[in-house]
Design a protein around this ligand. Structure first.
Ligand SMILES: C[S@@+](CC[C@H](N)C(=O)[O-])C[C@H]1O[C@@H](n2cnc3c(N)ncnc32)[C@H](O)[C@@H]1O
Length: 395
């Protein structure tokens, strides 16, 4: 393929991607459609890792034109897939790229259907300014520049190597937004409040700086994450620079968590076999893994994580541990039900049961029935209405 061929094929693939996103109900506005059809994702993400569907450990393989050929490279660059560009905060050795397993992706070009959906959810108007947190490859930054113009777009990236690469690639494609390097949890230093704020990394709660740096009446679209799972996508209206409120738009989207908020490496100490007190419980570990009850359990256990481990007799126990305060709950199958052994300063499984009770009473709704209120003192996720049952997010 010659260079003009690459351009022609890429343009056709962009149009196909736009058709696909529109057919899936993710892309509605002419402005965002024009951006998807124009922004050359293959130039912003010229080499990346793609997840394989082989069974077993999650494995990613390197993708460059040299490794897979121009056709396949372009096809993958315009697939509705996340393209990974960094693992474990370390730069990839592109001189000798190898398959990677069991790794922790730390930068990527997010799934286009998710990025576009979030941009649509942002409800931008032509004269709006947007601040984005998590520049990554710059793909979503470029879409926003194409729609609103470079001068209306600011993007913040914490990793200097990632930020520098995005700056170079964006400039090569003709986009020159304001790009800042720094911890976006502290906002965008020196920038006036924007009409819209969007985050393409997950956060445990909404940073106060994002509320301060969004104009009153403006919107914030972000994904909330816990250490056990993603909570989902929220859209908040800012009231006065200190308070904001809104609802969850969906549970599904999951972003890599802000680097500064990643869970501690250690899951915590396993309790001794005679530690804690036993009781029966009707809930087993499935409430942690099922989509909607898992959302509620994450709210009830903001600092905990869990894993399952077989004992010598083959029984599989599930350990729920809070590494911060040493609290634990161990679930063991017991006939039709479960036994829980709990200990430490907080009774973790009691907290899960107390959170599930009002949720069941409300008919076990999905996360779109939940909302979030942000005040200078605390952030609460509520069920139904702001005065309904609520759970505090970690500060
Ligand atoms: C999923 S990627 C962003 C995808 C990007 N918007 C795109 O379209 O390519 C998330 C990015 O957030 C960055 N990030 C993580 N924590 C951050 C923080 N505290 N402030 C700013 N960026 C952060 C990561 O380094 C990573 O590049």
């Amino acid at each position: 393929m010659t260079e003009p061929d690459v351009d022609r094929v890429a343009a056709r693939l962009r149009q196909q991607l736009a058709d696909q996103l529109a057919a899936a109900g993710r892309l509605h506005s002419p402005g965002w459609r024009a951006a998807v059809e124009a922004v050359p994702r293959h130039e912003l993400v010229p080499r990346f890792y793609a997840e394989t569907d082989a069974p077993g450990l999650t494995t990613w393989v390197p993708i460059t034109p040299e490794l897979v050929g121009l056709d396949e490279w372009l096809r993958l660059a315009y697939a509705d897939e996340t393209l990974i560009t960094q693992f474990g905060g370390r730069e990839i050795d592109w001189a000798d790229p190898q398959p990677v397993s069991n790794a922790h992706p730390t930068s990527s070009s997010t799934l286009p259907s998710l990025v576009v959906r979030m941009l649509e959810d942002l409800r931008v108007e032509d004269d709006h300014t947007v601040t984005e947190y998590g520049t990554g490859t710059g793909y979503s930054t470029a879409l926003t520049c194409h729609h609103l113009g470079d001068v209306r777009v600011t993007s913040v990236e914490t990793d200097p190597h990632v930020g520098a690469r995005a700056r170079t690639n964006l400039a090569r494609c003709g986009y020159r937004p304001r790009l800042l390097i720094g911890d976006g949890l502290n906002g965008a230093p020196g920038c006036p409040p924007a009409d819209r704020t969007i985050a393409t990394m997950g956060v445990r709660s909404i940073p106060a700086a994002w509320v301060r740096q969004t104009r009153p009446g403006g919107l914030i679209v972000a994904t909330l994450r816990g250490w056990m799972r993603s909570l989902g996508l929220v859209r908040l209206t800012v009231e006065d620079g200190h308070t904001a409120h809104g609802r969850f738009l969906s549970r599904d989207p999951s972003f890599m968590i802000a680097r500064q908020q990643d869970a501690p490496e250690s899951l915590g100490m396993l309790p001794a076999p005679d530690e804690g007190t036993n009781r029966d419980t009707r809930y087993g570990p499935e409430v942690l893994t099922a989509p909607d009850s898992g959302f509620v359990a994450q709210l009830a256990l903001p600092h905990a994580r869990y894993f399952s481990m077989p004992t010598d007799d083959g029984t599989v126990n599930t350990y729920v541990l809070d590494a911060g305060n040493g609290a634990f709950a161990v679930l063991t199958p017991d006939g039709e039900g479960w036994t829980v052994r709990q200990g430490g300063p907080v009774l973790l499984w009691d907290a899960v049961e107390q959170a599930l009770a009002p949720w069941h009473a409300a008919g076990s709704p999905d996360p779109t029935e939940f909302g979030l209120t942000v005040t200078p003192d605390a952030q609460h996720v509520w069920l139904g209405a702001p005065d309904g049952p609520s759970w505090r997010l970690p500060a």
